[in-house]
Design a protein around this ligand. Structure first.
Ligand SMILES: Nc1ncnc2c1ncn2[C@@H]1O[C@H](COP(=O)(O)OP(=O)(O)OP(=O)(O)O)[C@@H](O)[C@H]1O
Ligand SMILES: [Mg+2]
Length: 255
């Protein structure tokens, strides 16, 4: 099976989280699944921007990105975090290759606005070099930073990692996509929703139940299944472990 795993940046600097992700990926590789591991890096990007004295602003959970923020984002995502994940996997005996959307034009993006607001150097994926990805994932776990190539300028564009994972899952027609975050699923009134559909999403967003980074995540689950991925879940590392053992966990996103 082709599986897209998206891991969030909230715990990506914690050894225990990296161990959980590594054992999950190792288990899936042993079972002969082909894996694209798309990663975020929200927390560390915000940390570096703060050190540089750049204020962070989000529009619907998406980071406004000016030229200086893009440099910092690319450094953290395509450099530090990408290589940290590759090294961790390799140390555990899982063959991994790190790249960003820029490399071999794996992901080409176009600039977007959001609710009429300019987001700066932020894009969404318009094309994926599927042949390259399919070749690579036969041999390696493809560890992918969501920074992508701007179709029009040839420069880099920041892409929300959930959006990138959704595009990857759609273009690959992945059998499974898991958005693995620091929460067990979409939470409403204290409990994890076992399932969410577009109509409920719009309602929960309007009522302020789904906010911040959960907005692009649910949106991405919906896009993935609409785009041809078979099954999409939002969960945490523990839930992802259960799903990979054939159980259900977290929130399934359906159309
Ligand atoms: N209804 C909700 N249920 C669960 N989490 C929610 C909800 N609404 C908002 N959130 C927030 O969404 C966050 C997850 O999105 P966030 O963008 O922070 O993480 P990520 O996507 O895993 O990481 P990264 O953005 O670095 O890739 C949760 O930590 C939580 O604070
Ligand atoms: Mg996020």
């Amino acid at each position: 099976m082709k599986i897209v795993l998206k891991i969030g940046g909230n715990e990506i600097d914690e050894a225990a989280f990296l161990t959980q992700v590594t054992s999950l990926v190792g288990k899936l590789r042993k079972a002969n699944h082909e894996i694209v591991l798309v990663h975020g890096g929200g927390k560390e990007i915000t940390g570096l921007l703060k050190k540089l004295g750049i204020e962070t602003r989000f529009v619907d959970g998406i980071r406004y990105t000016d030229a200086q923020s893009l440099d910092a984002t690319e450094m953290i995502l395509s450099g530090g975090i990408n290589k940290r994940l590759v090294k961790t996997l390799q140390l555990a005996g899982v063959s991994a290759l790190g790249a960003s959307g820029v490399d071999a034009s794996i992901m080409v993006a176009e600039r977007i606005t959001r609710s009429g607001e300019d987001l700066g150097l932020v894009g969404e994926i318009s094309a994926i070099n599927v042949r390259v990805v399919e070749d690579l994932i036969r041999q390696f776990v493809l560890v992918l930073s969501p920074v992508s190539l701007d179709k029009n300028s040839g420069a880099s564009l920041n892409v929300n990692a959930d959006h990138a994972a959704a595009a990857m899952a759609s273009f690959l027609k992945a059998e499974l996509v898991i958005f693995l975050s620091n929460v067990p699923g979409v939470i409403n009134a204290g409990s994890v929703l076992p399932r969410i559909q577009e109509r409920e999403f719009e309602e929960l967003k309007k009522n302020g139940v789904i906010t911040g980074g959960m907005i692009p995540k649910v949106e991405s689950g919906l896009r993935a299944v609409k785009g041809g991925a078979r099954i999409a879940f939002i969960t945490d590392a523990e839930g992802a472990g259960r799903i990979s053992s054939g159980e259900i966990a977290g929130t399934q996103v359906t159309v």
